[in-house]
Design a protein around this ligand. Structure first.
Ligand code: ATP
Ligand code: MG
Length: 311
């Protein structure tokens, strides 16, 4: 069925990205709760129509590791994109400092991400192009799914112009390629780098190239291209886990793990052997959501004036 704005009841804002906000909505005819992403674009109707048509292939992206797509429409120069609502939010929002993700949970998250990426490549012949912890969504059933992958060339082109941000998940070859204005250096191995960096971020609890360490974005990108790749902290993660991540964060793209190699790697084989009930994902999500809530409450208490305000 087609989704229209008239059939949607708007609820809370779930988050904001570089291009607009994501809201919880309810589709009144079916009662289905959805997340609606608003993407502001300065484009004419024909280009917007092209985007909506290209997004249609998302209806074929049906897999347990991919956030379900419900439909998209545009109003004026905004594209509205409706997808499955993931009630625990992004992986990034569930990180609570260093080593807050136990190794079996991290392995399960990784295996879901690898399955999702392999599905996109094998079934739809697409690369993700934007793997990062805010694009890994989680729900309270303990499911982990990918969103925001590049299916629309027109949309990518329109967004690229405004692409900013101080946390780069771009692989070294992509950074080098962009600086020489040759965007064709992007291959599936570039997604593998971004995957590795996301896993390390989950383990560290912070982005592995902290902006405060570098005097500017250029220096930060130089560190990605020329420095040693980041690692999972040895005090909390096994050598097998660290070896897996090192295989994803090979600076030379040709030496990086393929999805087949990752699935055969002892770290993910062990995860598979633990089985569906072998890792308490539901418990971890519940705990992480609770901690997130407490942090938020503490932060809002911290900024509340000491003298009571009688509004
Ligand atoms: P960028 O703009 O660089 O892609 P981003 O991924 O953080 O960054 P958005 O994709 O706009 O930006 O998402 C904003 C936030 O909204 C996410 O970080 C996530 O917390 C929340 N969000 C997005 N999609 C959903 C969803 N389907 N269910 C629940 N929360 C979501
Ligand atoms: Mg996103």
């Amino acid at each position: 069925f087609k989704i229209n704005m008239e059939d949607l009841e708007l609820h809370d804002v779930l988050g904001k990205g570089n291009y607009g906000e994501v809201r919880k909505v309810r589709h009144t005819k079916t009662g289905v709760e959805m997340a609606m992403k608003e993407i502001r674009l300065e484009l004419d109707a024909s280009k917007l129509n092209a985007i909506i048509m290209e997004l249609d292939i998302l209806h074929r992206a049906v897999s347990p590791e991919i956030v379900e797509f419900y439909g998209a429409f545009f109003i004026e120069s905004c594209v509205f994109y409706c997808m499955e609502f993931m009630d625990a939010g992004s992986l990034e929002s569930l990180l609570n400092g260093p080593c807050s993700v136990p190794e079996p949970v991290l392995a399960r998250i990784t295996s879901r991400m690898v399955s999702g990426l392999a599905f996109l490549k094998d079934s739809l012949q697409i690369m993700h192009r934007d793997v990062k912890p805010t694009n890994v969504l989680v729900n309270s059933r303990g499911e982990v799914k990918l969103c925001d992958f590049g299916v629309s060339g027109q949309l990518e082109k329109s967004l690229a112009k405004t692409n900013i941000g101080c946390q780069s998940y771009m692989a070294p070859e992509r950074i080098k390629g962009e600086s020489m204005a040759m965007p064709s250096t992007y291959t599936v191995a570039s997604d593998v780098w971004s995957l590795g960096l996301s896993i390390v971020e989950a383990g560290l609890g912070v982005y592995p190239y902290p902006p405060e360490t570098y005097s500017n974005v250029f220096a930060q990108l130089q560190a990605i291209v020329h420095g040693d790749p980041p690692q999972l902290p040895a005090e909390a993660y096994s050598d097998v886990a660290r070896a897996f991540v090192a295989g994803c964060l090979e600076k030379v793209a040709e030496r990086r793990f393929t999805y087949a190699q990752m699935m055969r790697h002892p770290w993910l084989v062990a995860d598979q052997e633990r089985g569906a009930d072998g890792v308490d994902m539901v418990g971890w999500v519940k705990g992480a959501m609770q901690k997130r809530k407490e942090k938020k409450e503490a932060a809002s208490r911290g900024t509340t004036p000491v003298t009571p305000t009688n509004a």
